[in-house]
Design a protein around this ligand. Structure first.
Ligand SMILES: NC(=O)c1ccc[n+]([C@@H]2O[C@H](COP(=O)([O-])OP(=O)(O)OC[C@H]3O[C@@H](n4cnc5c(N)ncnc54)[C@H](O)[C@@H]3O)[C@@H](O)[C@H]2O)c1
Length: 316
């Protein structure tokens, strides 16, 4: 049909990942409806899209039902960093669980395909490294992080029950640590923390000796994974790990950030928190095999883009 565009709903579309996804979908020729309650999202993240006739923004909270006509739904709404999701833990669980019920209900009514932004946190404090999708996790149901971890686990349960019970088309991605422009400057994540500290010539705080490793996926790679999973055949439901398996020590990350910013910051060591994992790394064999997807952006290149963004926003 001439002029037909896929209508795509993105919940949490003004957040870090959501804003990049909205941009890519508009570029790919979709009509995008972005909904957000602006808890952690910002209009600045999507300001460049506001005058585009194929982009629409609606202030809405996913814990309430929504009635719109769409072909696909990406459900990203949920605060992602511990300081934000622990601010109002009851609302965090409601956002994951009621949000999933409302979006799955909408998808059912309009026969839309629906994607869930799940998380590596469903594995909790894993006893297996790296974690394949078949690992059921080791999650504390009553701790400070449970509002997020258990909320996301219950959302996955709902997705698979709607799929089994109603034959709905679902796509569940388990997202690992992602970084890039439009991250929150003060959300306590290691990449944004180090860059902000370096740009402000403050000491870079390292917990423990810095030999613990992490893996970081650049946002453009992650968003490509989202859209590839969404357009994969219906029998591919996930859950599917998406992340970058390349490991870097925290010390290496700090030293690279200092080098790329040209900062005079020094490393400052603090005691290691008791729950700090030694290693966190995704097993992405499932995504490699079924989507032919793997991250392409090298850490140094992604860090350069992220540093440039923080320089602009911090006015440095
Ligand atoms: N960034 C990562 O490394 C990462 C890792 C694992 C999972 N995820 C998941 O990806 C999704 C996006 O994460 P992000 O890093 O972009 O976080 P973010 O906090 O930048 O974005 C979340 C967005 O959801 C919105 N939101 C929160 N509660 C809402 C509600 N009740 N109704 C409507 N909107 C609401 C926020 O305002 C924000 O715009 C989240 O579901 C998160 O759990 C992210």
């Amino acid at each position: 049909m001439k002029g037909w565009r896929k209508r795509v709903l993105v919940t949490g579309g003004s957040g870090f990942l959501g804003s990049h996804l909205c941009g890519k979908l508009v570029d790919d020729g979709c009509d995008v409806l972005c909904i957000d309650n602006f808890f952690t999202g910002a209009k600045d993240n999507i300001v460049h899209l506001l005058n585009n006739p194929h982009f629409e923004l609606l202030r809405h909270d996913v814990t309430f039902p929504l009635y719109v006509e769409v072909d696909e739904i990406y459900n990203l709404a949920c605060p992602a960093s511990p300081i934000h999701y622990q601010f109002d833990p009851v609302q965090t669980t409601k956002t994951s669980v009621h949000g999933a019920i409302n979006m799955l209900g909408l998808a059912k009514r309009v026969k839309a395909k629906i994607f869930q932004a799940s998380t590596s946190e469903v594995y909790g404090d894993p006893t297996l490294h790296p974690q394949p999708e078949s690992y059921w996790g080791n999650v504390n149901p009553i701790g400070m992080r449970s509002c997020y971890d258990e909320g996301k686990r219950c959302a996955e349960t709902l997705f698979f029950d709607y799929h089994r019970q109603h034959g709905q088309r679902i796509k569940v991605a388990r997202i690992f640590n992602t970084y890039g422009p439009r991250m929150h400057p003060n959300d306590g994540r290691v990449v944004s923390n180090f860059i902000v500290q370096a740009l402000q010539s403050e000491p870079i705080t390292i917990y423990g000796d810095g030999s613990q490793t992490r893996s970081f996926c650049y946002v453009a790679d992650m968003i490509e994974g989202f859209t590839l999973l969404m357009s994969s055949p219906d029998e591919i439901t996930g859950p599917m790990n998406l992340g970058n398996p390349n490991e870097f020590s925290i010390r290496e990350l700090a030293e690279t950030v200092i080098e790329l910013t040209g900062s005079s910051s020094q490393l400052e060591h603090r005691p290691l928190p008791t729950d700090d994992p030694r290693q966190r790394q995704p097993d992405i064999n499932h995504a490699r095999r079924t989507l032919g997807w793997a991250p392409k952006v090298q850490l140094r290149d992604g860090l350069k883009e992220t540093i440039a963004y923080f320089k602009r926003t911090l006015g440095r």
